[in-house]
Design a protein around this ligand. Structure first.
Ligand code: HXC
Ligand code: NAP
Length: 290
């Protein structure tokens, strides 16, 4: 058994209809692939139909599962309502929603135009709100139990310089997750979140570590486990949080980052740099102060 292997051994999501926003690329695509392997029918959605078609072909041939690609800009509520309609027309139901679509880039905040800031807030916070509201209203009307999984980041609670619109929006998504987990529990709608640390994807890396920044800031050094995440690890966690095995987990955010954010947070974490042989001397110095 290894951490980068599929975790479930049976078809734990058999027959479920799962909508993954931003499912045409990156982590959304990797999660979709695993959901298909577990027997789910998956709807992938984003702005670029060409990419969605290519991913559909790839995922269907790799897994033998059924994928429905739907073009939808999550910023526009009417398009989200059309997405819901397309899902119901094809499958007659929707069981789970993964709010994964996001936009982000690094920039000093004072360089941003008002529209640049809005663009990120609109994709991440408003997009998650649009999908959650449209699907939630449907589930409540139909009295259908459902599960929502929101993909946030660890800086949703710490904040982060140079990605301020994203941090602001992800914090809002986290607040939405915890609030609705309580409010919609009576409708048997469960809502959780995953906060990933660094998982290499083209979308994120091109915008957050452009050019030679990848070499300049070796991201693995920020992680106590000294490695980046593997997509299967995140897919395993997502499948668990959607499955019945996590039926009593509600309003939780699960961090999967190798300890990255805590390494940045602990006041004395810099002592990691002290060589082992110095500790005898330091201990003696401290004891001599009694
Ligand atoms: C400053 C920028 C900019 C940049 C765009 N803008 N890029 N400003 N620095 N690098 C400005 C534009 O000038 C414009 O403002 C406004 O933002 C909107 O830009 P558009 O290109 O018109 O928007 P759009 O076509 O909607 O594209 C959205 C996008 C783009 C977010 C800008 O990058 C995108 O499509 N991203 C989707 C995928 C993505 O971002 N994936 C990464 C997720 S990673 P003006 O004023 O000129 O009109 C992630 C990881 C988190 O979230 C944690 C990692 C550890
Ligand atoms: P990605 O491949 O760029 O994924 C983002 C997806 O969102 C794309 O498929 C994009 O598709 C879609 N999207 C963007 N704007 C949209 C819109 N307006 N409407 C609908 N879809 C839209 O990046 P990723 O790394 O896989 O990110 C996936 C999720 O993980 C995001 O929520 C991100 O914040 C989170 N995350 C990633 C990391 C990491 O290290 N990779 C770390 C922490 C959190 P189109 O361009 O075709 O629309």
């Amino acid at each position: 058994m290894s951490y980068n292997e599929p975790m479930f051994k049976n078809r734990e999501l058999d027959g479920k209809v799962i909508v993954v926003t931003g499912g045409g690329s990156g982590l959304g695509k990797s999660m979709s692939k695993y959901f298909l392997e577990l027997g789910a029918r998956v709807v992938i959605t984003s702005r670029k139909m060409e990419r969605l078609h290519a991913t559909t072909e790839e995922l269907e041939s790799e897994t033998g599962g059924e994928v429905l690609p739907v073009q939808c800009d999550v910023r526009i509520y009417e398009q989200v309502e059309n997405l819901l309609k397309a899902v119901l027309d094809r499958f007659g139901r929707a069981d789970m929603l993964v709010n994964n679509a996001a936009g982000n880039f690094i920039s000093p905040t004072e360089r941003l135009s008002a529209n640049a800031f809005d663009t990120i807030i609109d994709i991440v916070l408003k997009g998650t709100k649009n999908c959650t509201l449209a699907f939630g209203k449907h589930w409540i009307k139909e009295k259908q139990p459902a599960t929502i999984l929101n993909i946030v980041t660890t800086y949703a609670w710490t904040g982060s310089a140079f990605v301020v619109p994203s941090a602001t929006a992800k914090a809002g998504v986290l607040a939405m997750t915890r609030s609705l987990a309580v409010e919609w529990a009576k409708y048997k709608i469960r809502i959780n979140a995953i906060a990933p640390g660094p998982f290499p994807t083209k979308g994120a890396w091109d915008r957050l570590l452009p050019g030679d920044l990848k070499e300049k800031f070796d991201i693995r050094k920020k992680v106590p486990l000294r490695r980046v995440g593997e997509h299967q690890e995140l897919a395993n966690l997502a499948a668990y949080l959607l499955s019945e095995y996590s039926a009593y987990i509600n309003g939780e955010v699960v961090t999967i980052d190798g300890g990255e954010w805590l390494q940045g947070a602990g006041e004395f974490n810099m002592l990691e740099k002290i060589p082992q042989e110095l500790w005898d001397m330091l201990e003696a110095m401290i004891k001599s102060k009694k």
